[in-house]
Design a protein. Sequence first.
Lengths: 111, 114
Amino acid sequence: GQNIDQPTEMTATEGAIVQINCTYQTSGFNGLFWYQQHAGEAPTFLSYNVLDGLEEKGRFSSFLSRSKGYSYLLLKELQMKDSASYLCAVRDRRRGQNFVFGPGTRLSVLP
Amino acid sequence: GAGVSQSPRYKVAKRGQDVALRCDPISGHVSLFWYQQALGQGPEFLTYFQNEAQLDKSGLPSDRFFAERPEGSVSTLKIQRTQQEDSAVYLCASSRGLVDNEQYFGPGTRLTVT
């Protein structure tokens, strides 16, 4: 099976940098995804990693280490609108195209 | 362009009632997924369609749950004899092809069973 862990909650200040960690266990790893979900809304895609290293997209970056079963999402220059849940999800090639999601990290950005 | 839409957005059902939740994926998207999301948790996979074929239903929690996509576009998730533990947000997602890196989610249907 798969086990995905993320911190439940984090708090940061506007303008700061925050790193949200995700650890996973799977034997058929086929990609790791980060989604943002505002309360009461649909998850929206942020990033995708399948090879080790850092993927940068504007204020958001995502890192993957397959050997360690570890990823992080880095958010820079935090804005109030970044307050949301951040979902880490893993795709397992043994399970086709469906994702297994972690519990999500609820980030609160304070002024 | 139009995204994934779901209806109804909110549904209140009495325990024991049957409900039907609808998903309209992005036009032309081959793959369609249903997830169940409990409050404060990540989405949990229920079932997956490739066109009209249901390729994976391993996540359906009981035989009271049934999903279909008869013409390979709109999908319906039906829950029979609803129970209180069925209360959750039901999310639908679609993706363009057979192996895609991005799933596009609908806004979900919040089901409350009283």
